[in-house]
Design a protein around this ligand. Structure first.
Ligand code: G3P
Ligand code: CA
Length: 297
């Protein structure tokens, strides 16, 4: 695999400083940024730095790293022959050239294609000619790159109802790659819109940090707190009271539930949700969010 020494070193230094600097909130994920005086929510590059490189590719992971962003988010799904790959949509159409390469295979569901077939696709040129030849990463390839960059991963199990057993399979691959070892699992959160999937991950590996994607009613939060460490809502669905209600409960690891909100792509919105007290901001433009938070200090 390709290693980029300068970027890797930057990432390593950022990762180390995050270990030693004081935490912003009672939660573990928020990190100190700027000049070290102020505490910001974690900035998470959504599908990688997806405003600047094709989403969910290794180029998008590297684009986040090049910006000095240590958290990336991705989406995991499964091919026809049972391999785990990284892609957001449940079809290959929007982010690859599948309709040209396999014109007779509509509706181009991921689950109808083998890994060999998916590896023939171009997942970069739709975004820009400079990304031509970028491929759809396997989970293994993706984890290797995150690891090489010394980054941290907010991993989404996407549409798990389409892929029975994907929770166990994903955990098995992560374990094989060393991501569930004591030292590394602190750099991993597994989230899903499916409460069942999050519950399953927690049952299979209670030591792994988890997140539920959505905005449950306040009355239902205690139930979610049994199996998740985060409640991760769309940013237009929350206010400061909701964030405080979530954080007032202890999550599955007996620490205050965290809030990572999405998808915040402009500075004023980032400052607004930071003032609500969120622990993380998931964004396609992590540099814009980081700069806005620095300027608002
Ligand atoms: O991580 C939050 C966000 O990714 C959820 O929405 O559709 O982009 O997967 P979506
Ligand atoms: Ca996602």
């Amino acid at each position: 695999m390709q290693i980029r020494p300068a970027a890797a070193l930057t990432g390593a230094l950022l990762g180390m400083s995050a270990l030693f600097l004081p935490m912003a909130t009672p939660t573990a994920a928020a990190r100190t940024t700027g000049h070290g005086h102020h505490r910001h929510p974690a900035t998470v590059a959504h599908r990688g730095a997806s405003a600047y490189a094709p989403e969910n590719t290794l180029a998008a992971v590297d684009a986040a790293d090049d910006l000095g962003i240590d958290w990336v988010e991705n989406d995991v799904q499964r091919t026809k022959d049972g391999e785990l790959i990284i892609m957001h949509d449940t079809t290959l159409s929007r982010t690859t050239d599948v309709e040209q390469v396999f014109p007779d295979r509509a509706p181009w569901n991921i689950s109808d294609f083998t890994l060999d077939e998916i590896e023939k696709l171009d997942a970069g040129s739709w975004f820009g000619p400079e990304f031509t030849g970028e491929s759809v990463p396997t989970l293994d390839e993706y984890m290797d790159r995150v690891s090489d960059n010394h980054q941290k991963l907010l991993m989404e199990l996407k549409a798990p109802e389409l892929y029975p057993g994907i929770e166990r399979q994903t955990l098995r691959e992560l374990r094989r790659e060393g991501w569930l070892d004591h030292r590394h699992k602190r750099r991993l959160i597994i989230q899903s819109f499916s409460a069942d999937a999050v519950r399953t991950v927690h049952r299979l590996r209670p030591d792994v940090k988890t997140g539920f994607l959505g905005t449950p009613a306040v009355a239902d939060l205690p139930e979610y707190a049994e199996f998740t460490d985060q409640i991760n809502p769309g940013y237009k669905t929350i206010d400061a009271d909701y964030v405080a209600e979530v954080q007032s409960l202890n999550g599955a690891h007996r620490r205050p539930l965290e809030v990572f909100t999405w998808t915040v792509n402009d500075g004023p919105a980032a400052v607004s949700v930071a003032r609500m007290g969120v622990d993380g901001i998931i964004t396609n433009k992590p540099d814009v969010v980081r700069d806005a938070l620095d300027e608002a200090d």
